[in-house]
Design a protein around this ligand. Structure first.
Ligand code: GLU
Length: 281
């Protein structure tokens, strides 16, 4: 299915890119992913990457084994980790002769329409110049109340902003299950979702990996945003090497198929809002 798409946003979870034991970037895995990305770029597909991992990577400098709970320490960890994360991405893409750029966004960049349009223009200029944007939340300045908090929803917003037709979420789980597969080994796998209803929402158990902030709930929320914009979404395993090639070769994953009538651009922006300021009376 990926062959049909022209503009693809790929989101990488912290647990896929950072080695849980060492707290370092999984360079070999990243190199295999960048080979897949180069393959897509060579087919003239426009790619944007949303990469988590800054906090997980910077954490070890702040605290050796304790969990960081203070906001300012998390923000310091993000500042330390982001520069290294971006550097690893730049090196891995460079090996494939691909230039990259860094975009750090806050929630307001998608909530304020003028800024939303500005981000759209920047991404499209990068694409015109064959540069791949590497995007993350600007965790260093985002405060607890006004932040995305998870990159699943940020990635869906990026897919919407850039009018992407496919969003790939590489995760520590290979798709949607009826029950949490870590608790129930016989949990039923759902390969395709065409509508997000109460049943699907109920399936999204709130499991969070050791490093990431998401879980299935934020992935379903991301699917809603993507599908309302006419964008396909796929949840697939980020644990394996060459994870995009694996999807192309038919590995286990869950596809979310959008309706045929995507909302108009302005309505998409309103529906995708994370912090609606008003109520309908
Ligand atoms: N922005 C966070 C980071 O780079 C990750 C958020 C998430 O786990 O979704 O560490």
């Amino acid at each position: 299915m990926i062959n049909e798409f022209k503009k693809i946003v790929i989101k990488i979870g912290s647990s896929s890119i950072i080695d849980e034991k060492t707290g370092k970037v999984k360079i070999k895995w990243l190199n295999s992913l960048c080979k897949d990305i180069a393959m897509l770029a060579n087919e003239n597909k426009k790619i944007a990457i949303v990469s988590s991992g800054a906090i997980a990577l910077g954490k070890k400098t702040i605290s050796k084994n304790k969990i960081i709970s203070r906001l300012e320490d998390k923000q310091a960890a993000a500042a330390i980790g982001q520069i290294e994360l971006a550097n690893c991405w730049q090196q891995a893409l460079k090996k494939n002769k691909i230039s990259s750029a860094q975009l750090l966004l806050t929630l307001e960049d998608s909530e304020v329409r003028r800024r939303y349009l500005n981000v759209r223009k920047t991404i499209s200029s990068l694409h015109r110049n064959k540069v791949i944007p590497i995007i993350n939340e600007n965790d260093t300045v985002a405060t607890e109340e006004i932040r995305y908090g998870d990159n699943d929803r940020l990635a869906a917003r990026i897919a919407q902003i850039s009018s992407a037709d496919c969003l790939i979420l590489l995760s520590n789980i290979d798709g949607l299950y009826k029950n949490d597969p870590s608790k129930n080994r016989n949990a039923k796998f759902i390969p395709k979702v065409e509508k997000i209803n109460k049943k699907i929402e109920a399936m999204a158990s709130n499991t969070v990996s050791a490093y990431g902030s998401g879980g299935m709930v934020t992935k379903i929320s991301a699917a809603k945003t993507a599908m309302s914009s006419g964008c396909h979404m796929v949840i697939s395993s980020g644990k394996i090497k060459n994870p995009i090639k694996a999807i192309i070769n038919g590995s286990k994953c869950t596809w979310f198929i959008p309706s045929r009538n995507p909302l108009t651009a302005r309505k998409q922006w309103i529906v995708g809002s994370m912090q609606p300021p008003g109520n309908i009376i």
